[in-house]
Design a protein around this ligand. Sequence first.
Ligand SMILES: Nc1ncnc2c1ncn2[C@@H]1O[C@H](COP(=O)(O)OP(=O)(O)OP(=O)(O)O)[C@@H](O)[C@H]1O
Ligand SMILES: Nc1ncnc2c1ncn2[C@@H]1O[C@H](COP(=O)(O)OP(=O)(O)OP(=O)(O)O)[C@@H](O)[C@H]1O
Length: 743
Amino acid sequence: MSTHDAEQIKKVVHGLFDGKGDPTILDYICGVLEDEHFEFGEQGEEAYDAIGPFLIDGHCVKNDDDAREACRMLAEKLSLRATASVPTVRALETGPVQLSKADSRAVLYQEQSYRHLIQTPFGDEGKAAPMSEKDRAKFEKRAAKEEEAVRKVLAAHQARAAHSLQGDIPTIIRNKGGGGLRDVMLESFSLSNGGKELVTDATVMLAFGRRYGLIGRNGTGKTTLLRALAGHDIKGIPSNCQVLHVEQEVVGDDTPVIEAVLACDTERTELLKEEAELMKALNRDRKDVAASAAAAAAATAGAKDAATTANGSGGDASETAMAARLVAVYQRLQEIDADGAEARAASILAGLSFDADMMRRPTRTFSGGWRMRVALARALFVEPDLLLLDEPTNHLDLHAVLWLEDYLVKWPKTLLVVSHAREFLNVVATDILHLHSQKIITYKGNYSVFEKTMTERLRNARKAAEAQDAKRKHVQQFIDRFRYNANRAALVQSRIKALERMAEVEVMEEDPEYVFSFPEPEGAAAPPIIGFNDVSFGYPGGPLLFKNLNFGLDLESRFAIVGPNGIGKSTLLNLISGKLQPTQGSITRNTRVRLATFSQHHVDGLDLALTPLQVMARTFPDAKEPELRGHLSSFGVPATLAGQAMYTLSGGQKSRVAFAKMTFTKPHILLLDEPSNHLDIDAVNALIQGLATFKGGVLMVSHDQFLIESTVDELWMCEEGHVTPFHGTFDEYKQRLRARNKM
Ligand SMILES: Nc1ncnc2c1ncn2[C@@H]1O[C@H](COP(=O)(O)OP(=O)(O)OP(=O)(O)O)[C@@H](O)[C@H]1O
Ligand SMILES: Nc1ncnc2c1ncn2[C@@H]1O[C@H](COP(=O)(O)OP(=O)(O)OP(=O)(O)O)[C@@H](O)[C@H]1O
């Protein structure tokens, strides 16, 4: 086969997409097609397998059907080259590992490619397969090229995502006309992402003033739905309906936090600026203006010319006009309660745990988590017609969660919130939208009501299906028995028709039950495993976070640490794991003990250009493929997902990968920092059941009431430099917190 003509390929590809699509992705696609072993397939089906997802991801085409059609056309236009090819599949000289046609595909979408990242390539049984030096060199060269290409695609993807998320500062919109928003009716819409169909022909009604909890398994498309709503991409959202999606943290700069929130009221900001300029020009202060405004109001009542009255001084015409404008500005500021805005912004920020000093600090001095809270504060301040929140409690401490619950319960407009937190949904939601099997079903009531209704509905549907089955069988038996009986021919015919008319009872597909299976700790470890002896700790130059801590941990330990943000919970986990050393005192540690930590930091640290299987293979190069696959699958990462690039995974799917990675070493002690963040409700159940049978010790930082109550024996409160047991239930702890904060 001849080498493909790069120029021709470029011309065809660019001609076909006619300026559409991400240039990096188009270049990448050209590179793939240039490969001398590339196969298009007769109708372009192989080309689709290789580049279809990129075409969608790179916005070259709109959907899966268009991607297939584009690949068919590419095959047609470049078919001369295709027919010139000799071998369809080029096999390596030896061994079962083939540089199959899939090899020229992007590493993202093929499971086979992870093999090149593992030192010893696997055969079918996961055994090392012999490979010649020459082939190995070729194999590695191509693998490196593929990885480079994927990183380019990833960079383009990230740049696009960052750009689309940047958005403008949300603003308060007043007097938008049109009688304001009422209900939102989303009729017959479908959604897909990366070629994956997520929602098919759904109809959803969002009634004004109701609060919807959107639930569904990880990766079913909840975030995708919120993004589509925020972008007004679904028909049915009135154009004057302000939709706000809190997705990205505010940009860190020199703006003080409170100003970053107040900036959303652009009308106020502009009026205040104009007021200041006018006062300066007229050499007035606010008191003068207030008096003039009062006079103007009285004059208006007396049907006189307000401007003349307001000016008072009888100066020249431009001064008169400026004075009149100043009065108008002042009156408008009063109408929009400009003076009350700061207090309102401050009260929202205080609810989200910012103290007065923090509110005055520039946004750049805050971590991502805190800047996310500023974004949330902005949205609450703006009060859009339809507020979209994506797992808001993940960024908050318990105090802020309780405040947010109270705030949202009084939300005067429509709310759509994605959450996996039962307690939060029970308090906040008036309705539940369940995204399942690409359908969205609305249930009245909060999460508990939904759970009961679902169970009931499933039970009834199953009963109805069983009854229908029995009836079918009975009719069928009659037909079989009398089929050849002439006397009953008419009856048999009518039964056959009846059987055809009998509708199938639709039973909702149930999600399979699964459990996170934490491997049994390997190797005996005698207590005490970890002992804190008069430990004190403070970061260099910072205050002492802990004073004289004394406690021990062993394989029986089941503790949850609770406390406000920034008190030092993560620091404590780092002291236990040995990542940090005490400033005073000592920590004894059994050297044979393996500890494993899970945190959002670990989730964020996953290499986005790799697939879950590649991540595992790189971290555990000696492990066998089936073992890695099996382990991933036991944390809810099935084979299809294991071969998909990490950057295409949803938040919860990534968390599962991090879980699989941390438990592969069979640790004795699990240190879990907010483990249930991002996990869907079934996965939290799977985690709870997994922890129940885990043979090691567990120490978690969490504010997830359901998780804590189902897994730990004791609550530890982290406050004022001490870690002390709390002798009470989680509800009692919440009451204490509410009482303390006078909520
Ligand atoms: N390029 C791609 N190729 C294949 N699948 C993709 C691609 N991009 C996104 N996806 C899939 O689309 C789905 C989108 O998930 P989305 O983030 O909307 O889910 P979610 O319901 O919000 O999940 P979670 O509960 O975990 O936050 C995921 O299943 C993801 O794997
Ligand atoms: N590497 C560091 N250097 C200096 N100060 C730090 C460092 N890491 C954390 N801190 C500070 O130490 C304090 C405790 O932080 P830590 O992250 O342990 O708190 P936390 O209770 O886990 O908070 P959160 O719930 O927000 O994760 C905070 O004031 C934080 O700003």
